[in-house]
Ligand binder design. Structure first.
Ligand SMILES: C[S@@+](CC[C@H](N)C(=O)[O-])C[C@H]1O[C@@H](n2cnc3c(N)ncnc32)[C@H](O)[C@@H]1O
Length: 246
């Protein structure tokens, strides 16, 4: 059975794999050009260098599309299997985008209510919009339990201690400044209920978030790497998880 909910979830930072495809195309041109030139050993060596670069870039683009279209759903399925929620728990998904994690949470916990908050940036996820997310929640029959808010995760419009679980999938790194990312973590902790839990999966600066969570008094495990399924082109851009409880 597929772990991916029904619907279209776009591609995260969609220009990245196309950049790699572009570099692959230029490299393939180099391979063909130097291969045909036959000027000596060095043109043959350059032709093989460009063959290797082409394969490298095509592999990076394929890994990236896998991470965005399937891998992140597999890892969130694995993360959410560890969670148990009290009846009628409230859950917040920071930077929910087109609803991948919010919908997975609502589907796994049939009496939970989930709030997704986002600024709907299309540079961060293709086709990102509140309408697209509403279509996905309806397709999965969780629209009655998933509320969507337009807002900034660094200034959450919710009272202290509201949510039993706060999730953030590949979203906090999109806040451009260190102060902003710190504010996002502080806000996640502020709106967390006593004995609540925060689950974060992200590609960059997870050590920064972990230090902030610990400074705010949460017991935190991670950053723990989540494996090749969420390598965004390769192991140099891997996803790690953080699991924090109050
Ligand atoms: C890479 S997408 C990931 C979306 C979704 N969490 C997922 O895993 O499919 C990052 C999301 O964070 C949102 N975002 C970026 N900065 C934000 C901010 N300051 N407040 C709320 N959302 C933000 C973007 O609009 C985008 O939807």
């Amino acid at each position: 059975m597929s772990v991916k909910p029904r619907g279209n979830y776009g591609v995260d930072a969609p220009w990245v794999p196309w950049l790699w495809i572009g570099i692959a195309a230029v490299s393939a041109g180099g391979a063909i050009g130097f291969g045909l030139w036959r000027a000596g050993w060095w043109s043959a060596a350059l032709a093989w260098y460009f063959v290797a670069a082409t394969v490298f870039c095509l592999t990076g683009a394929a890994l990236y599309w896998h991470a965005s279209l399937r891998g992140k759903f597999v890892i969130w399925d694995r993360l959410l299997r560890r969670i148990s929620l009290a009846p009628h728990a409230r859950v917040l998904d920071l930077g929910c985008g087109r609803g991948a994690v919010a919908i997975m949470v609502a589907s796994r916990f049939p009496d939970a209510t989930v709030t997704g908050i986002d600024l709907w940036r299309t540079g961060d996820q293709s086709g990102n919009s509140r309408d697209a997310t509403e279509r996905n929640t309806a397709l999965n029959a969780v629209d009655a339990r998933v509320a969507l808010d337009t807002g900034d995760m660094t200034r959450l419009p919710y009272p202290d201690g509201t949510f039993a679980l706060v999730t953030a999938s590949l979203s906090i790194h999109n806040v451009p400044t260190a102060e902003g990312r710190r504010a996002a973590i502080e806000e996640a902790v502020r709106v967390l209920a006593p004995s609540g839990r925060i689950l974060i999966a992200d590609i960059q600066r997870t050590g920064e978030y972990a230090a902030e969570l610990r400074r705010l008094g949460l017991t935190t495990t991670g950053p723990t790497p989540l494996g090749w399924r969420t390598w965004w082109t390769g192991p140099w851009m891997a996803t790690a998880e953080l699991d924090a409880t109050r």
